[in-house]
Each structure stands twice: as C-alpha cells, then as structure tokens.
Write a protein that binds this ligand. Structure first.
Ligand code: CA
Ligand code: ZN
Length: 302
C-alpha cells in the first residue's frame, strides 16, 4: 500500500504540478491530509490576523496514475477515512451565507470522541467523515484548491464519504489526483463557510476507466448515483447537475422528457455547498430506480 505524506501538498490543481508518486491503476493508497487551514488553528485563542491565508486548502499529492490518458475517467473508491481528535470551525463577517450579519470572526474547537463531534455541552453530532477537496488537474489552467469545478476540487459534497466512489475526469496524462480538506461532519450548504475541519487520512483505490461516457464529476454509493456540478450560481449548478443525470438516464434508453419526468417524480436535487467561489449542486437517483430500468447502455454499473 502506498502512503502519500501530507508534507507533499499543492494549493492549486494544475497540469504543471509535479507528481509526488506514480502508481498503477488498481492501487490502494493512503493520503495523509492537513485540515483546510493547514493545521494552523489549535485553540480558540489563535489570532485570526496571524493566520497565513496563503496556506489555505492544501491538497495532498498529486499522484500520477499510470495509463490514465486525457478523455479517460478516474474512479477513486473511498475505502476509509480516519479523522483527528479535534476539529475546528470558523466564521465571521466575510464568510458564509449571512456573514454580513456577524460582527466578529470566531473560532470554535470541536473535540471528536467516540465517533461523535462534541459541538457544545448539549449537542453531540454523529460523525460523517467526508472529503471536501478531491480533484484531478485541469487541462491547461491552474485552479486554486479552494475552488470547485469540472475537475472536482472543493466540491464540499457530504456524500463523498466512506464506501463512495468518486469519478473524475482525466485531463492530463496520469490524471494528477490530489485531495484534502476532510470534514468530520458537515451539513448540506456549509452555510457558515466550513464543516468541522479536521486533519486525517483517506484510504482510496484508484482505477482508470477507458472509453467512458459519464457526466463528470459523479459519485456512486451502494444506494444511489449522483451527478455533481459547480457553477457561478446555484441555479446554473442545478441545471448542470440535472443535465448530467438526464444523460445517464438516456443511457438506459429513456427519452429526454421521460428522463426529466422520472427525475422530477423520483429523484432529488440537492445542495452541496453555497460558500465557495463556485456553488455546487448534486442530483441523486436511487439505485433501486436505476435497477428497475434494466441494463445501462454504457455497460457500466451506473
Ligand atoms: Ca472545503
Ligand atoms: Zn473544509
């Protein structure tokens, strides 16, 4: 098993990043990750103005997956996520959905114990460890790891958790996979600007998929298939996610109007996050409905 150290990190997803490791398709790797503040906040007294804001949203990697060529897809199966024993949250006037209604920046330390995030004396939340940032290099641009896009990136999607498979585009040879920004738990929308931000370790298996016809990025779980889209507005993100799922259903032989009808009756348009430089939406279709449609045209289990 490969181990990718959190000492080797990037702040952009870029075709110019040098790979820290080359692995075969089918390999299992452990990515060690810092939290999104690069572990700079240890206590509630950490002064905000002393934080180095150039060291935000690091992603560990990138890893070169042999055989991955532009046009392929990279399937990243999340085998397990281990999180540290303390999470951190911040919010303030320039952050989140209604930051302008806040007067001061604040830091909250959230101890993690017995599979729970201790939010306050009264409130303990069951953990849902998830990967906030996961992506491949874009073809030409360098995109900050804090931004989501068609390459993946900071999608802050809470279904990217243990046992999910994330499908990302391959835009450059080797794909250049990087990830970070784990959350011990996060609600849809990420309204304060963050989840319970934690360092940790993610164990994944990577697989190159040739000749695919998938709308990317996508996530699959045992229960459901999701298309994910990030655009400047939530409306546009919703449209793109819906278009992606229509394409999948057309692969099962449905006409466009049948697909949209089925999605309207039996699917769910959901919000990932509305606080990053682009907004991210997802569309969920249950496996049970897809199964009832028969075999998909693309021959894949999607
Ligand atoms: Ca994030
Ligand atoms: Zn985060």
């Amino acid at each position: 098993m490969y181990r990718v150290s959190k000492e080797t990190m990037v702040y952009t997803m870029s075709p110019n990043n040098l790979p820290v490791m080359r692995v075969e398709s089918g390999s299992t790797l452990v990515f060690e990750t810092c939290d999104c503040f690069e572990d700079q906040i240890k206590t509630v007294d950490t002064p905000f103005n002393e934080l180095d804001w150039n060291r935000i949203n690091p992603a560990t990697g990138p890893v070169f997956v042999k055989g991955a060529e532009p046009g392929d897809a990279l399937c990243v199966k999340i085998q397990s996520i281990k999180v540290g024993d303390q999470g951190v949250m911040v919010t303030g006037p320039d952050m989140g959905v209604i930051g302008d209604e806040l007067e001061e920046n604040s830091i909250r330390i959230v101890p993690i114990k017995n599979n729970r995030a201790i939010f306050s004396e009264k409130i303990e939340l069951k953990l849902n460890p998830m990967v906030g940032v996961i992506g491949t290099a874009p073809a030409r641009e360098s995109i900050p790891c804090g931004e989501p896009g068609s390459h993946g990136g900071n999608m802050d999607c809470k279904v990217i958790t243990e046992d999910a498979s994330v499908y990302l585009p391959v835009n450059v040879p080797g794909a250049l996979l990087a990830m970070g920004d784990l959350h011990a738990v996060m609600g849809d929308g990420e309204v304060s600007v963050c989840g319970v931000e934690v360092p940790g370790e993610v164990t994944v298996t990577v697989e190159v998929i040739k000749g695919h016809d998938l709308p990317l990025p996508m996530v699959t779980t045992e229960e459901a298939v999701y298309t994910i889209a990030s655009e400047m507005s939530l409306d546009e993100a919703a449209q793109s996610a819906v278009r992606g799922m229509v394409k999948i259903l057309e692969g099962y032989g449905l006409s466009k109007d049948e697909a949209i009808g089925l999605m309207s009756a039996g699917g769910d348009l959901q919000i990932c996050q509305v606080v990053d430089p682009k907004k991210t939406a997802r569309f969920r279709m249950s496996r049970s409905i897809l199964k009832a449609l028969g075999a998909p045209g693309n021959g894949m289990d999607i």
